[in-house]
Design a protein around this ligand. Structure first.
Ligand SMILES: [Fe+2]
Length: 117
């Protein structure tokens, strides 16, 4: 899976091939919610595809604190929906056969993911 890296200045990059040698550290992919705010993506399979909501209680979507994007990754495809403050913290993706991973990035609390088998 495409690894995300972060700089001390909070620049986030995605490496499609190779490795970053300096200036960036791998972003941890968190999988368990702690505290009142919820970040773990909630997956629902619908008639038209896959619906993702962040999280079990809707995440804030304010200027200072919001979900920047939600993505769905399979072994061969990657879909990413960019969000803005004021949007719902949700995204819809096509129907997927087999296993996939959903990740989302909160501008304050970092990268979160859930694997679906
Ligand atoms: Fe957050």
């Amino acid at each position: 899976m495409n690894q995300l890296y972060q700089s001390p200045e909070n620049t986030v990059i995605e490496v499609l091939q190779g490795q970053i040698k300096t200036g960036f550290t791998p972003m941890p992919e968190k999988t368990n919610d702690v505290g009142l705010e919820k970040h773990v993506p909630v997956i629902t399979k619908t008639d038209s595809g896959i619906h993702v909501a962040v999280g079990s209680v809707p995440h804030p979507m304010e200027e200072a604190h919001f979900i920047q994007w939600i993505e769905l990754i399979t072994g061969k495809k990657q879909y990413r929906v960019w969000l803005s403050p004021g949007d719902k913290p949700e995204a819809d993706f096509p129907h997927i056969e087999g296993a996939f991973t959903v990740r989302e990035l909160c501008n304050i609390h970092g990268l979160w993911k859930v694997d679906v088998s």
